[in-house]
Design a protein around this ligand. Structure first.
Ligand code: HEC
Length: 205
């Protein structure tokens, strides 16, 4: 592992606290070595860093979906989840919660950025812009989300490490809503398919 970045330098914001906790707790323990790849005390690899960030993001997203949206909207029916949550006095959709978090993080740090993108976006803002994003989204879809994509790209004179992690249709409402949505360019999503991916970008030193 030649490319390392100093975790302390990259994790100054609160957003990284979860990843730091995971890293500190697991990095020196040989029993956990397989969880995030191999690292040493000199630093963590870019792969490990983005894997840790993604674990926190994906876990928070799944918990919001399950403990808030599925429980209060689908099961208890006390409140709806709606794209127009302000007008409808409803819960924001999980993808919207994710985007609001990403947009807020972008105002606080330039050490990393992230987005939930798709080759078939409902919100045009969530379409790929760079060749590596397109390649990464195609790779995770072809591999059915079994492994993440890691790449490098140069944008505006800065070199970036860019990782893409699959976002899979884990429940019926994922495919039903996307397939029926008026702005969706794709109407044949199936359960278990990759619908998009989380792109995490880190400037390389
Ligand atoms: C009730 C409708 C609805 C449900 C249910 C839903 N989505 Fe979405 N999804 C949306 C909307 C609307 C957006 C655009 C949000 C935004 O403004 O960024 C979106 C955005 C996304 C994106 C980003 C690309 C895009 O289409 O803009 C992905 C990937 C995604 N959803 C996957 C999922 C998955 C996986 C599930 C199930 C766990 C799911 N969605 C459930 C409506 C839905």
């Amino acid at each position: 592992m030649s490319k390392k970045l100093k975790l302390a330098a990259a994790c100054t914001g609160l957003a990284c606290a979860g990843a730091l906790a995971v890293g500190i707790a697991t990095a020196p323990a040989p029993a956990q070595a397989g969880l995030f790849g191999s690292d040493d005390k000199a630093g963590v690899s870019y792969e490990t860093f983005t894997d840790m960030l993604h674990l926190v993001m994906a876990t928070d997203r799944a918990i919001y979906t399950k403990k808030v949206v599925a429980r209060l909207a689908a099961k208890e029916k006390v409140i709806k989840a709606s794209e127009h949550f302000e007008d409808d006095k409803a819960l924001p959709l999980p993808a919207q919660m994710f985007r609001f978090g990403a947009e807020t993080v972008a105002t606080k740090t330039d050490k990393f950025s992230y987005q939930l993108l798709s080759l078939w976006p409902i919100n045009k803002q969530n379409g790929p812009r760079t060749d590596v994003e397109k390649k990464g989204l195609a790779f995770i879809a072809e591999n059915k989300g079994e492994k993440p994509f890691y790449g490098e790209e140069e944008l505006g004179g800065t070199k970036y490490f860019t990782a893409v992690y699959a976002d899979v249709a884990v429940a019926g409402p994922c495919v039903d809503c996307h397939n029926a949505h008026k702005d969706s360019p794709r109407t044949d999503f199936k359960l278990g398919e990759v619908m998009g991916g989380v792109v995490i970008r880190v400037p390389m030193k």
